[in-house]
Design a binder for this molecule. Structure first.
Ligand code: ZN
Length: 445
């Protein structure tokens, strides 16, 4: 079986088979197990309004990608933001389904995704109302449903994002329910305020009993280290993560002396003296997601974020100045992708990952993945789902897998053209690296 040789004729089916049978380790999502509570009514009864496990048709349709799209068709001059946000989740979902799926052709990637996931569950995507979908989901048990979705999507492990400065989530860890663990999920310690808004982070840390002042000092640095160690342990987190705006620089400009710059300077001190030392000590990577400008249209809430071109030299400086640290990097702007690939060729401690958010479209995944293979071989992580609603695994992975299949098929055909002999086992090895092992190996490196 392993000795099947690739030919121009069989290469596509060999690649398809290899990708389909390679279990995926999804390295970045916003998904949670049922121990974090779920706001979705289901056959097991009680719901938890602030619960973090999102799943089902109403949560799927009110995903922020679709909220942004519905306000293009029914603008706020016709249905005000206030009115929309006062509606129940089910009413918002009805509005989005009617507007984007019934009255229009659901051709956008986010819309197509909903149709793909319904079809994967064996549901007919042609319904005019959501009643039958709601009936289907109300009969599911969330815990069993996770298994079903993971099996259908081919996902073996889900990596969460666990923002420790979010009171709702933090409380769930402290009361023990969240920390009880679920083998299917891995935690990631998300610490944005420490790097982005240190005065606010310091205030919270002080409330929580850490001897931290608004300006970093030796005591504060040691206390932030203590805080990070405690939470890495509590969450059993496999890496630390931060999202940064496009104007983030490293190091900070020497002439930066305004009020906003003093917060940035404090963030940089904490990065260099608290976060990176703890990452080294624990041998955990730091993940930086760079390029989202938050709430450009605040009335759209989560749907109101914008992309901005960032400075790749900041990434290069960071990786070169801290060779003992490991960095996962993803950037949101298409314009940054080529320079980031070149940066990857200079820095062995830089692992490029994913086609994030506004890049998670087939045309861009195709372009970016091709370029990465050409510049980096197989030494990168082509995709993460970023799923916020469990059901999204059922479309994000099949759509990305189809792109990867096209690109790899072309690349193997080019190799066959040189006269190189390739086997099915080699294709399987590449699929394993790209969908699971590059991530796992980087963690344990
Ligand atoms: Zn994310």
């Amino acid at each position: 079986m392993d000795e099947i040789n690739l030919t121009l004729e069989n290469v596509e089916s060999v690649v398809q088979h290899a990708l389909l049978h390679q279990p995926i380790t999804d390295m970045h999502t916003h998904l949670y197990p049922p121990t974090f509570g779920t706001p979705v009514p289901n056959r097991t009864g009680s719901t938890d309004a602030g619960g973090l496990m999102l799943w089902g048709i109403d949560q799927t349709l009110t995903y922020h990608y679709l909220v942004a799209e519905v306000f293009r068709v029914v603008p706020a001059t016709q249905l005000s933001f206030e009115t929309f946000w006062k509606m129940t989740v089910a009413q918002q979902a009805d509005h989005i389904w009617k507007t984007l799926f019934v009255q229009r052709t659901p051709i956008s990637e986010a819309c197509r995704g909903v149709l793909t996931l319904l079809a994967r569950l064996g549901l007919d995507p042609n319904e005019k109302s959501l009643d039958s979908y709601r009936r289907y989901f109300s009969q599911q048990d969330p815990d069993e449903y996770i298994n079903r979705v993971m099996e259908l999507a081919g996902v073996q492990s889900i990596t969460m994002t666990n923002p420790v400065f979010d009171d709702n989530e933090r409380q769930r860890w402290l009361n023990g329910a969240a920390a009880s663990g679920d083998r299917r999920f891995q935690a990631v310690l998300r610490i944005d305020p420490i790097l982005r808004d240190y005065p606010m982070a310091a205030r919270r840390l002080h409330e929580w009993g850490y001897a931290v002042q608004p300006q970093p000092d030796a005591r504060g640095i040691a206390e932030v280290q203590r805080f990070l160690r405690q939470w890495l342990d509590r969450q059993r987190a496999i890496y630390i993560a931060v999202s940064l705006p496009p104007d983030w620089t490293y190091p900070i400009r020497p002439d930066a002396n305004g009020p906003a710059d003093s917060a940035a300077r404090a963030g940089e001190t904490m990065l260099e003296q608290a976060v990176l030392p703890v990452c080294r000590e624990r041998q955990v990577p730091l993940a930086l997601m760079i390029g989202a400008r938050l709430r450009v249209q605040p009335q759209l809430r989560e749907a109101g974020n914008m992309v901005g071109r960032a400075d790749v030299s900041a990434v290069v400086n960071l990786c070169l100045r801290h060779p003992e640290n490991k960095f996962f990097i993803t950037m949101l702007s298409r314009e940054n992708q080529h320079e980031l690939c070149v940066a990857g060729r200079k820095c062995g401690n830089l692992m490029i990952f994913g086609c994030w958010w506004f890049l998670n479209n087939p045309s861009l995944i195709d372009e970016i993945t091709r370029m990465r293979l050409e510049l980096l071989g197989t030494s990168f992580i082509p995709q993460h789902s970023d799923a916020r609603v469990l059901d999204q695994l059922l479309y994000k992975w099949p759509h990305s897998r189809a792109c990867l299949q096209r690109v790899l098929t072309d690349k193997y055909r080019d190799l066959l053209g040189t006269g190189l002999r390739l086997t099915q086992a080699q294709v399987q090895r590449d699929a394993r690296l790209l969908l699971a092992e590059n991530f796992q190996d980087f963690l344990s490196r």
